[in-house]
Each structure stands twice: as structure tokens, then as C-alpha cells.
Write a protein that binds this ligand. Structure first.
Ligand code: B12
Length: 317
């Protein structure tokens, strides 16, 4: 068995659901798209996207000497439906359970250590770096090149096997591995994600205007959310899944075996009044090791206040 295939077997043994390999080359298309996106101001307050653009567009500036990228994906779908009644909020699926960064980071480090040790047995000298989400890497573009899935019109990665309920990570290595075939785009003529978006945040296929996206507004945006978006936010208090929920490739999603994604007690039906009355200390305990802490106490209070105002104006089914 080739070294590349042994690496893939190890990824599955460690609990990753998908794995693929791409070689570092001089393809600049993702870099061009990133620059076009930034120049249109679609990153909003995410100044860190702009500051790290050079690295994001050229992975060799992130890790000089990198030759191959091993991309991995973890399925986070669980077979639960949010219980939406008046007075309850809605949380994006990836944030129902524990924060994926912790366990994926641990698992990726173990994977990288294994790759380096096995490379040595192959007579290769390998150094590696691991990333999940927070590194200046265009993770979706690398996963697409590695054959894990294609970038859908909502701009998220879609896998023919798992749909788009996947979180991504990667190990950058300094050895040449066998590269996989990039995944072809299978969106076809479908425009469901574009049409369903409550804030028209997808101005054209494959391009997301984050400044309008409810995920950005409720998670990344600091300070008051511009008034015109308030009613479209509905009862969403953290993130938004509308463009993913509607995707036909998610119809046959299979439940994850990863216990970290099991919904916490509040996740499917968070009580808006209780949250509005929650003191800071309780917020810190409730959302410890949850993705929700990303929006901070002030952000969640802001989102809950908007959702409560919306609930007073419109009854949920
Ligand atoms: C910034 C960011 C956000 C921002 C901006 C999102 C975005 N689309 O860029 C906000 C806060 C809005 C956000 C929201 C979400 N995010 Co986010 N986010 C990121 C982050 C940190 C960087 C993404 C990035 O580089 N954007 C820059 C722009 C240029 O990228 P892009 O719009 O995707 O454009 C690419 C393609 O669309 C394509 N492209 C552009 N134009 C064109 C034109 C044509 C013709 C074609 C073919 C292609 C094409 O090329 C571009 C470069 O690759 C990544 C982690 C990472 N390091 O990659 C996670 C990440 C993308 N997010 C993730 C998740 C889960 C989400 C949410 C689902 C969370 C939620 N439920 O609320 C939503 C989804 C919203 C959406 N429809 O994208 C996952 C996605 C996993 C997956 N299956 O794809 C990631 C990969 C984190 C992870 N490690 O798993 N996110």
C-alpha cells in the first residue's frame, strides 16, 4: 500500500469521515477569488481576512516548504429537529454541541505526529502543521482540490456522500504525496440556496456577501446589527443554516458518530426570556467549550433582544 493510502487509512481510523490529498502548485484561481471578494468589501468587519490575505492566497507563505495538503472533514449532522415555538430561539447546527475546534485540533495533531513518524520509516523527512478553521488557509478550496467535495453556490463545501454538514481541517506536510482528483461541481442549475437566503446574501452563485449573511451578523459582527436586517433575522440567535438546510444533497445526510456533536440541553429550543435574563457568569458556564462563546456575552444578548422583538411581531408555527 502506498504511503498516501496508508495516510488515508489512518485518517479514517482516527475518526475523520473524509480525507483527500492535494499537491501545492501555482494555481492562483482561489487567490484571485479571495481578492475579488475582499475588494467588494464582502468581509465586513472581519479585518483579519484582509490582513492575512497574502498568506490565505498562497499556502507557501503560511508554511514555507509545504508540498502537500491532507484535507479532512468531519460530519456533524445529528438527526434532531429544532423545536420552534414562540419564545424560542434558533441556533445553527454546528453549534448545538461542543466546539469542534478542540477535538479536531487534538486529532489533527495526533495525525500529524503519526505522518511524520511514518514518513521517517519511508526514508522521508517530513515536517507538518495542522489547521482547523482559524488558520489563514482557504480550507474549502483545498478540500475541493483534494476531492472531498465541491464548493456549492452558497459557497460551502458539499460532499456527494455527506452533503454539506462537514467541518474541515488539514495537515500541511513537506513531502510529495499522491494527489486526488478535484471534485466536480454538482450544483447544476439548482438555485435553491440563493433563493432561500432571508437576506439575499448570495449576490451571485458561489459568492457570499458576508455583511448580509445572518451567520456573520449574529456571530462575527461587533456592535449593533444594522436595523434593516432585524426582521429577517427572525428567531436566529447564533448563525444560520437556511442555505444548507435547503440543499438537496443534505436530504440523505447520515448521523455523525462523533459524541461531541450531541446537542446540549438548550440547543434545540433555547428560551429567549431565560437567555435575556442570563447574567454574564452563567453565560460563561453554559457556553463553556461551545462555539456560541464566539459571539461573546454582548453579542448573544444583542441577538436575543432582536429575536424577542421579532417574536412579539410574528408568531412562529
Ligand atoms: C470567514 C468565514 C465565514 C464568514 C464568511 C463565509 C464565506 N463564505 O466566506 C461567515 C461568518 C459568514 C461564515 C459563515 C459560515 N461558516 Co464559516 N468560515 C469562514 C472561514 C474562517 C474563512 C472562509 C473564507 O476564506 N472566505 C473567503 C471567501 C473568498 O471565500 P468563499 O466565499 O468561500 O469563496 C470561495 C469560493 O466560493 C470560490 N469562489 C468565489 N467566487 C467564485 C466564483 C465561481 C464562478 C466559482 C466556481 C467559485 C468561486 O472561491 C473562493 C476561494 O476559495 C472558514 C475557515 C477557513 N479558514 O477556511 C470558515 C468555514 C468556511 N465556515 C464554516 C461554516 C460551517 C460556516 C457556517 C455554515 C456556520 C453557520 N451555520 O452559521 C456559515 C455558512 C455561511 C455560508 N453560506 O458560507 C465551515 C464550512 C465547512 C464547509 N462544509 O464548507 C468552514 C470551512 C470552517 C471549518 N473549518 O469547517 N464563515
Amino acid at each position: 500500500m502506498t504511503f498516501s493510502n496508508r495516510i488515508k487509512d489512518k485518517a479514517y481510523a482516527l475518526g475523520f469521515d473524509q480525507v483527500g490529498i492535494s499537491r501545492v502548485d501555482t494555481d492562483q484561481s482561489a487567490d484571485n477569488q479571495l481578492r475579488a471578494w475582499l475588494s467588494r468589501g464582502f468581509h465586513g468587519q472581519m479585518g483579519w481576512m484582509e490582513r492575512t490575505a497574502e498568506k490565505r492566497g498562497d499556502i507557501r507563505k503560511v508554511f514555507p516548504g509545504v508540498r502537500s495538503v491532507v484535507s479532512v472533514a468531519v460530519n456533524y449532522y445529528t438527526n434532531h429537529t429544532p423545536h420552534e415555538t414562540t419564545g424560542k430561539g434558533r441556533i445553527a447546527r454546528y453549534a448545538w454541541g461542543d466546539d469542534y475546534h478542540y477535538f479536531m485540533d487534538d486529532r489533527l495533531r495526533e495525525f500529524a505526529t503519526w505522518i511524520d513518524a511514518e514518513a521517517e520509516k519511508e526514508g522521508l523527512q517530513c515536517e507538518s502543521r495542522t489547521y482547523v478553521d482559524t488558520g489563514p488557509i482557504l480550507e474549502k478550496a483545498w478540500a475541493q482540490r483534494a476531492g472531498i467535495g465541491w464548493i456549492g453556490k452558497h459557497s460551502n463545501l458539499v460532499s456527494a456522500d455527506y452533503g454539506s454538514w462537514l467541518l474541515l481541517g488539514e495537515v500541511l506536510v513537506t513531502v510529495d504525496l499522491d494527489q486526488d482528483t478535484p471534485a466536480p461541481d454538482q450544483c447544476g442549475a439548482c438555485r435553491l440556496c440563493i433563493e432561500i437566503c432571508p437576506t439575499d446574501a448570495i449576490p451571485e452563485p458561489y459568492v457570499l456577501d458576508a455583511t448580509k449573511c445572518i451567520a456573520y451578523l449574529t456571530i462575527e459582527h461587533r456592535g449593533p446589527i444594522p436595523e434593516p436586517h432585524h426582521s429577517d433575522i427572525g428567531n436566529r440567535i447564533f448563525g444560520c443554516d437556511d442555505c444548507l438546510d435547503i440543499c438537496p444533497y443534505n436530504e440523505h445526510a447520515v448521523s455523525t458518530s462523533e459524541p461531541a456533536f450531541a446537542p446540549r440541553a438548550y440547543a434545540l429550543s433555547p428560551d429567549l426570556k431565560e437567555l435575556a435574563e442570563q447574567p454574564l457568569r452563567e453565560f460563561q458556564t453554559t457556553f463553556r467549550k461551545s462555539p456560541i462563546k464566539r459571539t461573546k456575552y454582548e453579542g448573544l444578548q444583542r441577538n436575543v433582544a432582536i429575536a424577542r422583538t421579532n417574536a412579539n411581531h410574528r408568531d412562529l408555527p
